[in-house]
Design a protein around this ligand. Structure first.
Ligand code: CP
Ligand code: NVA
Length: 307
């Protein structure tokens, strides 16, 4: 693994291998602490957008493993504005040992990876959010085991988080269903990629409008904000379109009785997800946030080639 840009870049075996490593590192962390496998290594963290989970979990992942992390804020580095991405990539390659970047345009991650001589990790773009999907798949396997054929339903906007969830579901042989309003479909290229993965793994993909039909038989209901970072000027319009896609107790009651409810967070409570569901017995929103830490240790360990 040279970079970690998209779940779809990995084979199903590589995805499962990362998840197995994450489970091992998590167990080790809670039993006796992780050994300092990242000693002497520094992760440069480029953020063009705000973050709580990604910033803190990557920083702590490095520290737990004996390394260090350096936060680079949007204004400080001015990626592509103060300086070209190609130049930023080549300069940082001489200072730190890996880069993590959260960007607006997916092309900017690809550009960073192209010019860096060190590993680059995609920490969210307008296209996808692969680190989120790894932590989420870890959470799902902890609950349901490694069985194929689970039904994962995404309700809401066909956004970056939905793309990565679709791809990891297809890679792991889970059936993926999305219910989203017209005009808010998944990226068509991402759908084509998912279809070709699903052909190999036997996963079924369904693209629906009706959230009630979509959650029937679901073991996982996933939702996310109706307005992603960078779309703020569309908020009012989206707030009118999305209410039928709210994940509330009624909708959850229509799924499998053991369904888990997931949200990458930050949540806009009582918009896409009601308080009673977010804080109720089906909710996995905090365990999945915590699993980012363990999944990202595994990703970094593979990129540093130390585990
Ligand atoms: N889920 C997630 O990536 O959260 P942050 O935006 O807080 O990093
Ligand atoms: N879809 C959201 C995810 C935030 C972690 C966004 O891009 O803002």
């Amino acid at each position: 693994m040279n970079h970690f840009i998209a779940v779809s870049d990995l084979s199903s075996g590589e995805v499962q291998d990362l998840l197995d490593l994450a489970i091992r590192l998590k167990k080790e962390y809670f039993e006796k602490g992780n050994p300092p496998l990242f000693k002497g290594k520094v992760l440069g963290m480029i953020f063009q957008k705000p973050s709580l989970r990604t910033r803190v979990s990557f920083d702590m992942a490095m520290r737990h493993m004996g390394g260090d992390a350096l936060y680079l804020s949007p204004n400080e580095i001015g990626l592509g504005q103060r300086e070209s991405i190609a130049d930023v990539a080549r300069v940082l390659s001489g200072y730190v040992h890996a880069l993590m970047a959260r960007v607006f345009q997916h092309e900017h991650i690809l550009e960073l990876a192209k010019w860096s001589s060190i590993p680059v990790v995609n920490a969210l773009s307008d296209y996808n959010h692969p680190c989120q999907a790894m932590g989420d798949a870890l959470t799902i396997q902890e609950k349901f085991g490694k069985a194929k054929g689970l039904n994962v339903t995404f309700v809401g906007d066909g956004n970056n988080v939905a793309v990565s969830m679709m791809h990891i579901s297809a890679k792991l042989g889970w059936n993926f269903t999305i219910a989203n309003p017209e005009g808010y479909d998944l990226n068509p290229k991402a759908v084509e990629i998912a279809k070709s993965i699903a052909k190999e793994t036997g996963s079924r993909l369904n693209f629906l409008r009706d959230p009630h039909e979509a959650v029937k038989g679901a073991q996982v209901i996933y939702t996310d904000t109706w307005t992603s970072m960078g779309q703020e000027e569309e908020t009012a319009k989206r707030e009118k379109v999305f209410p039928p896609y709210q994940v509330n107790a009624k909708l959850v009651g229509e799924a499998d009785k053991d369904v888990i409810v997931m949200h990458c967070l930050p949540a806009h409570r009582n918009h896409e997800l009601t308080d009673d569901v977010a804080d109720g017995p089906h909710s996995m929103i905090f365990p999945q946030a915590h699993n980012r830490l363990h999944a990202q240790k595994a990703i970094l360990a593979r990129l540093f080639d130390v585990a």
